[in-house]
Write a protein that binds this ligand. Structure first.
Ligand SMILES: Nc1ncnc2c1ncn2[C@@H]1O[C@H](COP(=O)(O)OP(=O)(O)OP(=O)(O)O)[C@@H](O)[C@H]1O
Length: 597
């Protein structure tokens, strides 16, 4: 997918990364936010509206023929007068049906394209948001936002305006025809319009709040299910199935109650509308009977009027329902706005005024008085971190759990920006470089090997899709993975299963190493590369790790003494800063730290 600028949210705090509570939106405000996000083929929209209007006009014209048939054919019993209006009616019906079919298809076409475009746009946005910020939503909840909520937004932003125009035009056409037939009866009919409008507003407000609750609890349930299913090995091993069952049932009940509230509202709204419609019909029949007795209207005229009414009243009802569903769809819009407001921390678009890094990038790293606090957290995780790392140096970062070792890596990758100080790559402040460029020169190897459901080859070339078979083989050999891959019946084409579930922990780690080997980036971040492995598997990846780090500037986050023994420099991170330095380059760093102090 091509790179695009982050979505600009009018109400977003710059650089905000934490999810915020729902913003309250009106349907027009939701339309103004979402419509510009997706480029819809406006010609198709206009043509579909025109076709649907033509279809309504054909229906209206055809109904006029009912009166002609009654007064000129049925009343006098004149069969000869039947054929011409009958042929006209047939022609209008055929034209109306064709216009309705084509208009309906084109409306659906633009809706589906809008849906696709909106989902792509949102996913593009999500991919720029720090993973920590996404975690606060929960994966399941995000999935419901990218599926159910997006559909509701589509119904409001893409389908509703077309429906509004065609229904309103239909109402005007049938209303005008009804007026033309008998303005007195039409006035009686329109007397109920304010009641329908008021009802729609009240129900719309109630429905929006019910939908908000329903969408939120749907999201929470999806996240709970996702977490429970992902942790199933733990649940089963600890015999906690019943506890999980209770949690899912509790959340399911909350969702059910929210759904029932919606059902209660819509089951009252529909019949209430029909009741009002019945009142209106009775009033029209009474007034019509009086008009006929006074010879102001013929029976044919009354029949035509009744037929117009048969079309007009559903249109009025539809307008009311449209207002209710638009109002309830804004609840889904609010949930998506919440996602859009969780903005990327770093700017990723290239800036023409800033020259790229001079190639080849050597990998010289420097942290100058770097401090950082997570958004919303009072206490800084890091402060006054000062380091100068020459290209190709292997730096081991040790320290107690929670000291901020992984945070150093996140700052280097620009997942977050330092609250103070600067980080330099080859002497350039990384905050001044596009985030994509910074990341292109850094390879991250995580504790969790993170494989995708695909073949071994697809996973190895993930970071460099254009790698040749020879390069894949060389990387796998260097990562000590070729041996076991070769024994598999399908070799490099073996599917690894979801998250690599068909492989052992050590095998997954070696595939991830091969993937990292293929990248030519001069800087490496290794986050606990031996964690979670037994001694034999950990020993097995020592040699590949040495090959991987050779010639690359490496930040090696580890507690493993076998790894620290190989480092050029060992840093100890505690109380937010580098407090202890060991290794052959200790003097340089101590001096730098002293200088910073
Ligand atoms: N997204 C976040 N939001 C708020 N606080 C966070 C976030 N991520 C980490 N922290 C906090 O920042 C501190 C440093 O976390 P970090 O993951 O960098 O520690 P670490 O030294 O790598 O720990 P470990 O060795 O256990 O992996 C911890 O106290 C942690 O609770």
């Amino acid at each position: 997918m091509s790179r695009a600028a982050p979505i600009a949210m009018p109400m977003a705090a710059p650089g905000a990364s934490a999810p915020t509570r729902h913003a309250r939106l009106s349907p027009p405000a939701a339309f103004r936010i979402f419509w510009p996000l997706v480029s819809v083929n406006r010609v198709v929209v206009v043509v579909s509206v025109v076709l649907l209007v033509v279809s309504a006009a054909c229906d209206a014209a055809a109904i006029g023929i009912v009166g002609v048939l009654t007064d000129k054919v049925l009343a006098p019993g004149d069969l000869a007068a039947f054929w011409q209006p009958a042929a006209l009616w047939l022609g209008l019906a055929a034209a109306g049906a064709a216009a309705s079919a084509a208009g309906g298809y084109l409306t659906g076409w633009s809706s589906e394209h809008f849906l696709l475009g909106l989902r792509d746009r949102l996913f593009q946005h999500l991919q720029q948001v720090p993973p920590d910020a996404l975690d606060r939503f929960g994966t399941g909840d995000l999935v419901t936002r990218l599926t159910g909520d997006i559909e509701a937004v589509e119904s409001l932003v893409a389908s509703a305006p077309v429906e509004l125009v065609t229904t309103a035009v239909g109402a005007v056409v049938f209303g005008a025809a009804a007026f033309w037939t008998s303005w007195q009866l039409a006035l009686v009919t329109f007397a109920v319009a304010p009641v329908i409008w008021f009802g729609a507003r009240v129900f719309g407000t109630l429905m929006r709040s019910a939908t908000r609750d329903e969408r939120d609890s749907n999201g929470r349930l999806a996240s709970l299910l996702e977490e429970s299913l992902a942790n199933m090995p733990l649940v089963q091993a600890y015999g906690r199935q019943q506890a999980e069952q209770r949690k899912v049932h509790r959340e399911g009940r909350v969702w059910m109650r929210a759904g029932l509230r919606q059902i209660r509202l819509s089951s009252v709204y529909g019949p209430a509308g029909e009741f009002i419609e019945t009142l209106s019909v009775l009033a029209v029949i009474g007034a019509g009977a009086w008009q006929i007795s006074e010879h102001h209207l013929s029976v044919g005229g009354l029949l035509s009027f009744a037929a117009y009414l048969g079309y007009l009243q559903p249109k009025l009802q539809e307008l009311g329902e449209l207002a209710v569903s638009a109002s309830s769809a804004t609840a889904a819009c609010e949930r998506l706005v919440e996602v859009l407001r969780t903005g990327p921390v770093a700017e990723s678009a290239p800036r023409p005024d800033i020259p790229p890094l001079a190639e080849p990038v050597r990998g010289a790293l420097a942290f100058h008085d770097v401090g950082f606090a997570y958004p919303g957290a009072g206490r800084p995780v890091l402060h006054g971190v000062h380091l100068d790392i020459a290209p190709g140096t292997l730096v081991a970062v040790t320290g107690p759990s929670g000291a901020g070792k992984s945070t150093l890596g996140k700052l280097l990758l620009r997942v977050y920006e330092p609250s103070q100080g600067r980080i330099l790559l080859d002497g350039r402040d990384i905050a001044q470089l596009p985030v994509d460029e910074v990341r292109r020169h850094i390879t991250l190897l995580l504790q969790d090997s993170m494989l995708f459901d695909g073949t071994i080859r697809e996973n190895i070339v993930y970071g460099r899709p254009d790698a040749t078979d020879e390069e894949v083989l060389a990387a796998a050999t260097a990562a000590d993975a070729h041996g076991f891959i070769d024994t598999l019946p399908a070799g490099y084409d073996t599917p690894v299963g979801r998250r690599g579930s068909h492989l052992s922990g050590g095998q997954r780690r070696r595939i991830a190493l091969a993937r990292a080997m293929l990248r030519t980036a001069p800087v490496l971040i290794l986050d606990e590369p031996t964690a979670g492995l037994d001694d034999a598997s950990a020993a097995r990846i020592m040699t590949p790790l040495r090959r991987l780090t050779a010639g690359r500037t490496t930040l090696l986050i580890t507690h493993d003494l076998r790894l620290t023994a190989q480092a050029d420099l060992v840093l100890h991170l505690a109380d937010g800063t580098v407090t202890l330095v060991a290794g052959p380059l200790a003097a340089t760093v101590t001096e730098a730290a002293h200088h910073a102090a």
